[in-house]
Design a protein. Sequence first.
Length: 362
Amino acid sequence: MNTVLYIGLVFGIFYFMILTIFATAFLLQKHKQNECKNIDFEGIVSVIIPYKNEAEHLWSVTESLINQSLDKSKYELIFVNDNSTDNGKQILEQYFGHIRNVKLIDNQYKTGKKFAIRTGIEHAAGTLIVTTDADSISNAERLAEVLEFYRKYRPKMIILPVFMSGRNRFEKMQALDFLSLTASGYGAAALGRPILCNGANLAFEKSVFWEFQNQYRYDIPSGDDVFLLHAVKKKYRKQIKFLNSKTASVTCAAEPTLTKLIAQRTRWSAKSKHFIDFDTIITAFIVLIINAYIPILISLSVWMLNAKLLLPLVFKLFADALFLFIFAKRYQQTDLLKVLIPTWFVSPIFNLYIALRGMFKP
């Protein structure tokens, strides 16, 4: 019993140290919000939006992109239809096809998001590529700040904030769990050891994409973001930056049902077995072990009627709460902390299930 307790405490202390390092790096990295709406820049920003059967979202997504504070001569929107069967293409043609900085094209390769992104980049006139999802709403200052950040630092890749909106408790629990995942990624990126990014809000030089597109893993449906990140990291690790600013963010919707949530997270998890980046593998292994240890401690404490075995869990809960508060406070997401306790109990078991499920998914 003591051995189990000591192992749990060691895991807890190690976990707390990692979160402390991530949070410190995150807090130390700040970027002054852009105030210049007409930025002197040799070229334009090309925003790639692949879509497939997203008719219900395209209107609001396009509105948020067309109404950016950045001068329209400084950016273009490239919508790539990935073999949609709904009327999304017709919606875009009817309402936005006449706008000068909007391009509407079809995926020229096999079906799939990665091929759609490649098609968009082939038609891009910009030096800097920004990818986004067809269900992600952009902050009005997003492109202006991304461009200012790029002009100032000239990174090869910029990792940008993505948040999840939630209306009910189920969706807010997803949003908080998502915030926990992305916060770890932001902390690692701020530390100079990026492990995660999100294609819903990612920027990179067009030349970088062509340099590493052979490592894009077109054979794997998901991972258009992380596989590119890991490839760029091998050669340009110090030239990958994280833009720590809410105004450069996008917001996506949580999944409305448990079935769709399981499918989404399994898809995310399945690609992880193909990762070769050392930092990512080690982080994923630590998270997996900790998630597996939590139900073990709970089961043993009940079986042995010994509350002491729950001490590592109390320690972990404190560490998680402090870590999430720091990120939630910075990004004005503190309302999600109301579901911290139920999310904390459900997430380890759910994420362990998803990890095991992803291992057996092609």
